[in-house]
Design a protein. Structure first.
Length: 516
């Protein structure tokens, strides 16, 4: 006599549609009596079947593994009770068959030894997934339509609560926590630190974390806006909401300016370190999915640490960092500076010498005007402060902003004092660097290496084991290493044996773009 485990499943909205657990269990038990099958155990669950990461199903799976070879069947009333994901259904059926368990639906039994029956299973397994997709699309369309109409159709944000209007349509209204949200914005507008505000709110009985507070302060919902994804899910849209705003737009944008200033100050202090062992991180792109590669270290059996570049999206993409670095160094060593480009530089210098004086005068006058304008704005802000039109914090914010512009303009004026001789020496230095690229790159600090690579390869580079590929090379670099008589390189888009350009993107100035 065969032994079977029965599985009954419903989701919350299905109990009212004839899928109740009792009805399913009764039907399965009657089937086993009729087919002379011994019921070993019944599992009942109330969970969505979008995947098999369901608590009760995992207990069922553990039960079958402990009794491998003892259970013959896993019975469900219909295939959508088993799963609503076709791909995962196939994988789970294979796993269960390896345990000696055959899965069957009493409504639509399938003989998996018959190829034509497998096609029927594909249809049965796909229909619930298609149904889910259709339902999800309708929900998204409904939420988008509600957002365009100004209705918040999701769980109410902190400070609001869900309710219905006189037409029985969803809307949000201020809750008892609204006063805490208003207090939060008022305190930030006074430039009070967030940690201090959180402590004060906790004393008032309103518990909130720093991350929650940051999200609240950035959300336009509190000025009466509704945020939603675009109709095709490719952008975010903001619509005027029907709900009551908790704060004014002026206060909201003042808070945004303060938050941006704080973030800017933190950004000056924080500096992301780049490891020499992973010097290509941020420049290397995945050859499969074209996402940026990251890197990490792994300790081998001998205890030595090795560094690897890998893709967090395409898991199989993984290679040794030192191999990628070695090929890059060899590529730079093959590049030789084209003497024709030296002549072009000399011509450019001659032209620059002729117009430098005129350009310098124009730039100097423009910078002096910027300084004068900024100083006038500071004086205007000071007058407004003295007349109580703006408060002290707003005055200092304006003063700091204008003073920064004045300092930038003054630094630019200092730079203009450079002569043609200085420009010439700088260009010659750059030419020397370009002609000794391998040596320059090797000796450069890791941060400078990254900047150098980004300037040479604006679109990043892809490592393919023994060579690199890129969509774009800095045109000056390309012209410097590609001589006029290198017709074969121009034809194949190959700048060196270890670097190839995509045929879809031609570097500017090397050959005319194809007409498509």
């Amino acid at each position: 006599m065969k032994r079977a485990v029965l599985m009954c499943r419903v989701s919350t909205d299905e109990q009212a549609n004839g899928y109740s657990l009792d009805i399913q269990e009764e039907k399965l038990v009657r089937y086993c009596l009729h087919q002379d099958i011994l019921v070993d155990k019944v599992f009942r669950e109330d969970h969505s079947a979008k995947d098999f990461n369901r608590p009760e199903f995992q207990r069922l799976l553990h039960y079958l593994k402990e009794r491998k070879g003892q259970i013959d069947l896993l019975l469900v009333t219909s295939w959508d009770r088993f799963s609503r994901n076709a791909r995962e259904s196939y994988n789970m059926i294979d796993l269960l068959q390896n345990l000696g368990v055959n899965v069957q639906s009493v409504d639509s039994p399938i003989d998996f030894s018959d190829p034509t029956q497998k096609l029927m299973f594909a249809i049965h397994a796909s229909m619930p997934e298609i149904d889910n997709d259709i339902r999800s699309r309708k929900v998204r369309e409904g939420m988008y339509a509600a957002a365009k109409a100004g209705r918040w159709a999701r769980k109410a944000p902190i400070g609001y609560k869900n309710t219905r209007d006189e037409k029985n349509k969803p809307i949000i209204v201020p809750s008892e926590d609204a006063k805490h949200i208003q207090y939060m914005f008022e305190q930030v507008a006074l430039d009070i630190p967030q940690t201090t505000i959180i402590k004060r709110l906790n004393k008032k009985g309103f518990s909130i974390t720093p991350s929650m507070m940051s999200r609240i302060l950035r959300s336009p919902v509190y000025i009466g806006k509704v945020i939603c994804k675009g109709e095709f899910g490719d952008s975010m849209e903001i619509h005027d909401g029907l709900h009551q705003p908790l704060i004014t737009e002026r206060q909201f944008y003042k808070v945004q300016r303060i938050l941006e200033q704080r973030a800017s100050r933190k950004g000056i202090l924080k500096k992301k370190t780049q490891k020499e062992e992973l010097q290509l991180r941020g420049v290397l792109m995945c050859p499969s999915c074209e996402n940026p590669l990251t890197g990490s270290a792994s300790r081998g059996g001998s205890g030595k640490k090795h560094h690897y570049y890998h893709c967090n999206y395409c898991k199989p993409v993984r290679f040794r960092a030192d191999n990628a670095h070695e090929v890059l160094q060899e590529m730079f060593g093959e590049w030789t500076f084209n003497k024709e480009v030296q002549e072009i530089y000399d011509q450019v210098l001659a032209e620059v010498k002729g117009i430098k004086g005129v350009d310098t005068d124009l730039d100097r006058n423009k910078l002096i005007q910027e300084i004068t304008t900024a100083q006038a704005k500071i004086q205007k802000a000071r007058d407004a402060f003295l007349e109580d039109v703006i408060d002290a914090r707003e005055f200092h914010a304006m003063k700091d902003m204008m003073q920064e512009k004045i300092n930038d303009a003054r630094r630019a004026l200092e730079d203009l004092k450079g002569t043609y001789t200085g420009l010439k020496s700088k260009l010659k230095r750059e030419i020397t660097h370009l002609s000794n690229l391998q040596k320059v790159y090797t000796k450069a600090p890791v941060d400078e290496k990254v900047e150098l690579l980004r300037s040479i390869f604006p679109s990043g580079i892809k490592f393919e084991g023994k060579n690199y590929r890129t969509d774009e090379v800095n045109p000056i670099v390309a012209l410097s290493i590609l001589k006029d008589n290198d017709f074969q390189k121009q034809k194949t888009r190959q700048l060196s044996p270890r670097l190839q350009l995509s045929r879809l993107v031609a570097p500017p100035g090397i050959e005319p773009g194809s007409k498509v």
